[in-house]
Design a binder for this molecule. Structure first.
Ligand code: ZN
Length: 339
């Protein structure tokens, strides 16, 4: 199995994070990628370095104005007197404001408010280049899948919380969604995105909400108790094809793998030509919140079960923050994939 990573992903080194009223060090850190590369090395896989993606490639699903914001936000912010080191919005326009808005906003503070969902996506000087290098990995993985093979893309920053025009939850450009779009563009009639990160893949669901050619499935912690709080419920059904499988907190391997069986049954019914796996490891028992308490054995069984679909797949890295365990979990998951 080929794998892709890019050294420029380390240019994104976010500092700010706000949780439960506390400002903390952001935990979406470059050391995550080093751990994941160690996992690839355990399998004897040396990742290739793809080209950066372009803004035009990101624009297949993201809006041009949002991408222009991402590209220039750090410089615009730095040019503002008394600014901090990263772009962090301290307000977001309410639905009432948006409904009554008379003019397009230009000030960097106003645009940061408009184009971000929360305080978990600070933008620094290296965020744009890192995001395009991560997307380059995802698109290279999709290129392999378009040739009938399976590949792993070590994407950092992750992407599945990013909407067409909004960053959020450590995500800026939606790598998994754009991998699915790339597979469509390469000729796949139908593509399924299976998201097993412990958080709902809300950005991906949002991007394909009205499309019947891309099935989005997400297995995640119940949003009654967990980010992204407002979406990810089982009753959400778009105009296209989507399925949410929320699980009680602390559910463990058997319930998680049971939800995976339901997801795989839906994928078989959908009859896709290719698969994108949005692979997060934050369902792991080793995570600080231990939201779903999945073991290494659980991830190995998941890898074997998903590969049993027999579909070419682009496996795109999403979350997972127990840095010391990420490499071992990746080795278990990919090692069980029938190649
Ligand atoms: Zn996550």
């Amino acid at each position: 199995m080929r794998a892709f990573s890019h050294p420029d992903e380390a240019l994104h080194d976010p500092q700010f994070f706000l949780t439960r009223g506390m400002v903390r060090r952001n935990f979406e850190i470059p050391a995550r990628a080093a751990s994941l590369r160690d996992g690839l090395a355990q399998l004897g896989i040396t990742p290739d370095t793809p080209s950066h993606a372009t803004a035009a490639q990101a624009a297949r699903l993201h809006s041009r104005d949002y991408l222009a914001f991402l590209e220039h936000a750090a410089a615009d912010w730095a040019a503002m007197p008394d600014s901090g080191p990263e772009v962090v919005a301290n307000m977001h326009p309410t639905p009432e404001m948006v409904a009554q808005q008379g003019e397009a906003v230009r000030h960097i503070i106003a645009r940061s408010a408009l184009y971000s969902a929360d305080a978990a996506c600070p933008i620094g000087p290296g965020t744009w280049a890192a995001s395009l290098s991560a997307l380059g990995c995802a698109l290279a993985g999709a290129g392999e899948a378009a040739q009938g093979r399976t590949a792993y893309a070590l994407c950092r920053p992750p992407g599945h919380h990013a909407y067409a025009a909004r960053a959020g939850g450590h995500c800026y450009i939606n790598n998994s969604a754009l991998a699915a779009q790339a597979l469509r563009d390469a000729g796949a009639a139908r593509v399924a995105v299976l998201d097993i990160d412990s958080h709902h893949g809300n950005g991906t669901q949002g991007m394909f909400w009205e499309r019947a050619d891309v099935l989005t499935i997400s297995i995640h912690g119940d949003p009654h108790f967990y980010y992204p709080w407002h979406v990810g419920f089982a009753a959400e059904v778009g105009c296209g094809e989507n399925l949410n499988l929320p699980l009680a907190m602390g559910s463990g391997d058997e319930l998680w793998l049971g939800a995976l069986d339901a997801a795989l049954a839906r994928i078989r019914m959908f009859r896709p030509d290719a698969l994108v796996v949005a692979l997060g490891f934050d369902a792991s028992e080793h995570e600080p919140l231990a939201s779903l308490r999945v073991t290494g054995d659980g991830f190995a069984r998941a890898g074997a079960a998903i590969s049993g679909l027999g579909l070419p797949a682009a496996i795109c890295q999403e979350g997972g923050y127990a840095v010391d365990h990420l490499g071992a979990l990746l080795a278990r998951f990919l090692g069980a994939w029938a190649t």
